[in-house]
Design a protein around this ligand. Structure first.
Ligand SMILES: [Fe+2]
Length: 294
């Protein structure tokens, strides 16, 4: 059973317990999430000016769109202000900044229709982040920048929380992904040839759940949840922010979500920064609890 827990204030540790049991936590916009969303909006507006960001795809060739969106995404991810706003957000949610680690936030840009679904706008097929070598201790945070609707959202498949999926994660190695995959993203305009881990069987849509929030609302979910980019049929480009957190206590105790079907190798753990000072995580200390299958 997967529950949708709405606006419950609780200590970080209790939130993680619910998440590792497969529940989805949803929080309405607060000042700190609004600040991050508005920061994204300012950068987006600049990158796509003079066009209205949600409709720019209809005025620009796909090549010109990619030329603008590639640098836009990099700027958002690498900007110091973005990290500071994530730190403020985590503080607002009661996370201990000295023991909470985050990876740099990503800006997702999902155009309407068939315009572009690869490279900078890769449409993620159903996957668990742990198939991409994320630790089972990982919590995902996902937030609309502009309002999301059910035809411009992401999809969860809750029935697969406890049901394994035949998949190609055994072919996924995070070291290789970093060496090859990421640098190719801006060149993948027409098709995506990166080695994404994929389901090897049809995914039942019976339990599909889409949560349509507004600017700055937050969805938290475990890295072990099966989810996907929903096809965008809304007539507007979708912009969303996501980032991931890990708590030192969970690394030390081994507490996390169950891994029922991931065989990926390597680990994303080295990408995580301590929220208090943005120092990289001490991977060597943490890795023994992070082997695939843990
Ligand atoms: Fe994901």
């Amino acid at each position: 059973m997967v529950g949708l827990v709405l606006n419950h204030e609780m200590p970080c540790q209790n939130r993680r317990s619910l998440l590792f049991d497969g529940h989805l936590l949803v929080y309405s916009r607060i000042d700190a999430t609004d600040a991050l969303a508005r920061h994204a909006i300012a950068i987006i507006a600049e990158a796509l000016a003079p066009h209205d960001a949600e409709f720019a795809q209809f005025d620009l060739s796909v090549e010109s769109f990619v030329e603008r969106v590639g640098p836009l995404k990099s700027r958002f991810t690498n900007d110091l202000r973005t990290k500071e706003l994530v730190r403020d957000l985590l503080r607002s949610f009661g996370c201990d900044l000295t023991t909470t680690y985050f990876d740099v936030p990503r800006l997702r840009v999902v155009p309407h229709g068939d315009y572009l679904s690869s490279g900078v706008s890769y449409a993620y097929k159903a996957h668990r982040d742990i198939w991409y070598a994320s630790p089972t201790h990982q919590v995902n945070w996902w937030m609309p920048v502009f309002d999301v609707t059910v035809d411009r959202a992401m999809s969860f498949f809750p029935e697969y929380w406890s049901k394994s999926v035949r998949n190609s994660s055994s072919d996924f190695d995070y070291g290789e992904w970093c060496r090859v995959g990421r640098t190719m993203a801006t060149s993948q305009v027409k098709e995506d040839t990166r080695k994404h881990p994929l389901p090897l069987e049809a995914i039942s849509q019976a339990s599909e759940l889409r949560i349509a929030g507004t600017r700055g609302d937050v969805i938290m979910f475990s890295a072990a949840h099966l989810h996907a980019t929903a096809p965008n049929h809304s007539g507007r480009t979708r912009f969303s922010i996501d980032f991931r957190t890990i708590h030192a206590e969970d690394l030390e105790s081994g507490r996390g979500a169950p891994n029922i079907d991931s065989e990926s190798t390597g680990s994303t753990l080295g990408d995580f920064l301590r929220a208090s000072d943005f120092e990289p995580i001490e991977v060597n200390r943490a890795l023994p609890h992070n082997q695939p299958g843990s």
